[in-house]
Design a protein around this ligand. Structure first.
Ligand code: SUG
Length: 445
């Protein structure tokens, strides 16, 4: 059966701000305290979705989470009305309020790890929501993400939505640390699970620690029913993590047979690439590794430009296209590498540079903003919500954003009770537009 890749982009939420919360993420740290523009951020994300729809690709969207997350504050013992709780939390601990207000659910590459049905022994699509246990502001995403994925992928004949990896020391960051190589989206492939450390090593290894535990990768690969030879595990380069590669999707990206990566992506990279070659050969195809050497692009240039945080998409008319942040166009040696790839007569034939600066300032590029789900037509028809988008639905979402989102937000303004109200009005309209039902706690009050 023919499958296509569906990209589910995260819609940026109304509290998008620069809290400087993300550990090991250099962009987020550099921009801490800056004024954000949630409206522009959401519109930039929607413009990306529109562009992909115009290219003939299949596009979905995942809604923002409710922030400030009053339910988390209640669990900590705060009491009163929702507005009182937000105000008290803001006075008691601005950093706590900032954490429960992050719009980080926009980076849906961290929402879950997904294996297509063609890879799994039971012929179902497997999704494991990420526990994001490494950082508090992201760990509170898991419950809502699970609820959203269960609403969309409810049909158990086609989908298995698993429990997130249950042990917090087994940190799991989802598809940002997962790649897939296959002869085509429709055929069985090899899945690469990337980790930074063992759960039984100290978290504090290296300058920033490492987010993904090998044990979590094992749990996910096992639960996804991948057959023998269907999964390869690899350790991220410690040097790369120290240079700001907090997820593998900051240093490598795959699509079908193509794997674009930096020379310093993995520990013992030659062993990893040989294991991949062997696993692919067993399935009857040869992967195409496009490696940027350290001489042509330093780790610092890779992290600064976010070259590898691009999307590689297969156009329905044939050939592949790169969806890159404009920062790559502005970094001469990163641009030169893209030009070399385009000139090589390989499968990648086009490069599209997009302005995603609002998200980029928090360390989220084109690839962070999307969760890939390879699906057959039957599976797409079995989805339980209206989360697929066309030009008209994108326009409807843009209208909600233009009406309810602020064009200026400082972290000192997160306690404003009006922000909570505006956000809830927006999220209510968004969830209705996407046919998701009552997925937020405030909709049950
Ligand atoms: O987890 N930034 C996110 C960026 C995630 C990017 N995703 C991928 N590489 N797939 C993170 O570091 C910053 C939010 C703040 O500081 O308010 C943040 O969470």
């Amino acid at each position: 059966m023919t499958s296509v890749e569906v990209n589910f982009d995260g819609l940026v939420g109304p509290t998008h701000n620069y809290g400087g919360l993300a550990h090991g993420n250099l962009a987020a740290a550099d921009n801490a305290g800056d004024v954000s523009n949630p409206r522009e951020a959401a519109l930039q994300g929607l413009a990306k979705m529109r562009r992909l729809v115009e290219m003939g690709l299949t596009q979905g969207v995942l809604p923002p989470h409710d922030r400030p997350h009053v339910a988390s504050l209640r669990r900590m013992g705060f009491t009163g009305t929702d507005a009182e709780i937000v105000r008290t939390a803001g006075m008691a601990s601005p950093i706590l309020l900032s954490n429960v207000s992050s719009a980080s659910a926009m980076w849906t590459a961290n929402a879950a790890t997904v294996s297509p049905s063609v890879d799994a022994e039971d012929g179902r699509i497997h999704l494991t929501p990420a526990n994001l246990a490494f950082q508090f502001h992201r760990s509170i995403e898991t419950e809502t993400t699970s609820r959203i994925l269960q609403a969309i992928f409810a049909d158990e004949a086609h989908f298995a939505v698993h429990e997130a990896v249950p042990f917090a020391v087994f940190g799991d960051e989802g598809a940002a640390n997962h790649c897939r190589l296959a002869p085509s989206h429709s055929e069985r492939g090899v899945e690469l699970f990337v980790y930074g450390r063992s759960a039984f090593e100290k978290n504090g290894i290296g300058k920033f620690g490492s987010r993904q535990a090998m044990e979590a990768s094992h749990v996910v690969a096992t639960n996804h029913r991948l057959p023998r030879g269907g999964a390869v595990l690899a350790q991220q380069s410690k040097t790369a993590i120290d240079a700001g590669v907090f997820h593998n999707d900051v240093i490598s990206v795959s699509n079908e047979t193509v794997y674009l990566l930096h020379e310093q992506a993995f520990e013992r990279q030659d062993v990893v690439l040989n294991a991949l070659r062997k696993a692919c050969a067993a399935l009857g195809f040869e992967p195409n590794f496009l490696i940027a050497t350290q001489d042509e692009l330093t780790l610092e240039e890779a992290v600064g430009s976010y070259l590898f945080n691009s999307q590689i998409v297969t156009r329905p008319s044939g050939g592949m296209a790169l969806i890159l942040p404009v920062e790559v166009e502005e970094t001469p040696r990163a641009k030169a590498y893209v030009d070399r790839v385009l000139a090589s007569n390989g499968p990648i034939r086009e490069a599209h540079y997009l302005d995603l600066r609002q998200s980029m300032r928090n360390g989220g590029g084109p690839a962070c903003l999307r969760l890939r789900v390879v699906m057959t037509e039957v599976e797409r028809a079995a989805m339980g919500a209206g989360v697929m988008v066309d030009a008209a639905k994108i326009s409807a979402l843009e209208a909600i954003v233009r009406t309810h989102y602020r064009d200026r937000l400082l972290i000192s303004e997160l306690a404003d009770p009006a922000l909570l109200d505006e956000s809830r009005t927006a999220l209510d309209e968004i969830s209705q537009t996407l046919g998701l039902g009552a997925i937020y706690d405030f909709q049950h009050a």
